[in-house]
Design a binder for this molecule. Structure first.
Ligand SMILES: NC(=O)c1ccc[n+]([C@@H]2O[C@H](COP(=O)([O-])OP(=O)(O)OC[C@H]3O[C@@H](n4cnc5c(N)ncnc54)[C@H](OP(=O)(O)O)[C@@H]3O)[C@@H](O)[C@H]2O)c1
Length: 429
């Protein structure tokens, strides 16, 4: 191989253009670490007329991404277009042509990772995807390498900066969801269409990838039980605060008796829990391993710079392997594992109810909890005119039993409204 590696860059938006700048600014450092210089030789974009803040001659740009992948002069391909197609076809062709690929594409890896890992393994080349989960936070490599010998029990992450920013504003300033979202959009933390973030879909793709790598299992995006934060009210946040909790959107991957459980949902986290201190648009991932115990990684989960840093780390790795002739670093040996349905999982729950304030009501409510095997840890009554507002925290209960309890409570005459229901988490270890 020559003393310069020719990189084909597919996509030059937020992450791609930050990568081009980083490769330029850190050229000496990269050459020292990779053993060769790295050159962004060709770049594919959708619109050639768009202005881009990168120092590359215009003739390197094309709208024909397939031509870059097929170009024999290109040694390594970086895909930062996003979405399933054409990314999936382009990456498959590159791997089959013996070219290592680096991608930041969470949607693609969460939906088609196992199939692409097999193509990479068959071709004996790297497929690296650090930037696809938690942006600048190194997580895939620690899971694949540093923790390869440990048995991971559970990974709990705050992996979506937009929702964490919104929940932080709601917690610290008493903002409504709508006001906090508008703030996030103004500051560029949230897209004009925030659905993927606020409904939990972005976090779901990330936790599917985390579970695949951590448990060596084929976990698909569809396996992730997903709830977002659109139903969280300022009342829930205030109630959580009174009880010593903060509300966070958690992505949880867990191994339970050989099964894999993967979910994204808001939860009340005790204020002293390490994830409660993760504010604004920051991300953090708490890993619980049999030997390592608890380990937390914290940083920027999105943005051009942090994501480009992760892409560049992978790129240097891929180039080093190419120079040394090492066989591909990818995910191998994935197996099918049972996915435990959400109804079979256990948690503590917080629930709020408005009921008629008269004798016998509590006994009727307690009866329904008891009939469905859900035991109450604490109950607090707050007056509200003729109504009373009751706040319950349950002991650990199966989701299915809690749901049955709620259905029954809605039929109890003095219960006027069953309001928010939130999982309570934080039993680290
Ligand atoms: N942004 C982040 O903070 C972040 C963090 C981690 C991971 N990621 C992932 O990184 C990837 C890229 O994200 P981004 O934010 O950089 O996206 P972006 O700003 O929308 O950039 C996408 C780029 O791809 C180009 N493109 C789109 N369709 C194309 C096609 N058919 N052929 C050639 N080029 C095409 C676009 O061209 P034009 O410029 O001409 O429109 C643009 O340059 C996604 O998978 C995303 O999930 C992003």
């Amino acid at each position: 191989m020559a003393d310069s590696t020719q990189v084909g860059l597919l996509g030059c938006g937020t992450v791609g253009s930050a990568l081009v700048r980083l490769v330029d600014e850190h050229a000496d450092l990269i050459a020292g670490r990779a053993g060769v210089t790295i050159e962004i030789a060709r770049v594919a974009v959708r619109d050639l007329s768009r202005r881009r803040d990168v120092k590359l001659p215009p003739e390197r740009f094309t709208t024909d991404a397939a031509a870059i992948v097929e170009d024999p002069a290109i040694d390594v391909v970086v895909e930062v277009i996003g979405g399933v197609e054409p990314a999936r076809t382009l990456i498959t062709s590159a791997l089959q042509a013996g070219k290592p690929v680096v991608t930041g594409n969470k949607e693609l890896i969460a939906k088609h990772g196992p199939e692409l890992f097999e193509v990479a393994a068959a071709a004996g080349v790297d497929l690296l995807f650090e930037a696809s989960v938690a942006g600048g936070i190194p997580l895939m490599r620690p899971l694949r390498e540093s923790l390869a010998g440990d048995r991971i029990r559970r990974i709990t992450g705050i992996v979506n900066g937009t929702t964490n920013y919104i929940l932080t504003r709601m917690t610290e300033e008493g903002s409504s969801f709508a006001a906090a979202l508008a703030d996030a959009q103004r500051l560029g933390y949230a897209e004009a269409d925030p659905t993927a973030d606020v409904e939990g879909y972005d976090a779901a793709a990330k936790v599917a990838i985390i579970a695949t790598v951590a448990f060596g299992a084929r976990v698909h995006l569809d396996d992730v039980h997903t709830e977002g934060i659109t139903g969280i009210t300022d009342d829930d946040i205030a109630s959580a605060r009174l009880l010593g909790y903060v509300v966070k959107l958690l992505a949880i991957a867990e191994e339970i008796d050989g099964d894999v459980a993967v979910r994204v949902h808001p939860a009340m986290v005790p204020v002293h829990h390490p994830l409660a201190a993760v504010r604004d648009s920051f991300n953090a991932v708490l890993i619980e391993g049999e030997a390592v115990g608890e380990l937390m990684l914290y940083g920027r989960g999105a943005g051009g710079g942090p994501s480009a840093s992760a892409v560049l780390g992978d790129l240097i790795d891929a180039v080093r392997n190419l120079v040394s002739g090492a066989t591909g670093a990818t995910v191998t040996g994935l197996v099918d594992r049972p996915i435990r349905p959400i109804g079979d999982l256990e948690s503590q729950f917080y629930l709020l109810m408005e009921v008629a304030d008269r004798p016998g009501v509590l006994a009727a409510i307690a009866g329904e909890f008891g009939r469905h095997g859900v035991s109450i840890q604490s109950m607090e009554q707050r007056g509200l005119g003729d109504d009373a507002r009751l706040v319950f925290i349950t002991h650990r209960a199966r989701e299915e039993d809690l749901r049955a309890t709620l259905d029954a409570l809605r039929e109890v005459e003095p219960v006027h409204r069953v309001g928010s229901v939130l999982r309570v988490t934080g039993d680290v270890g």
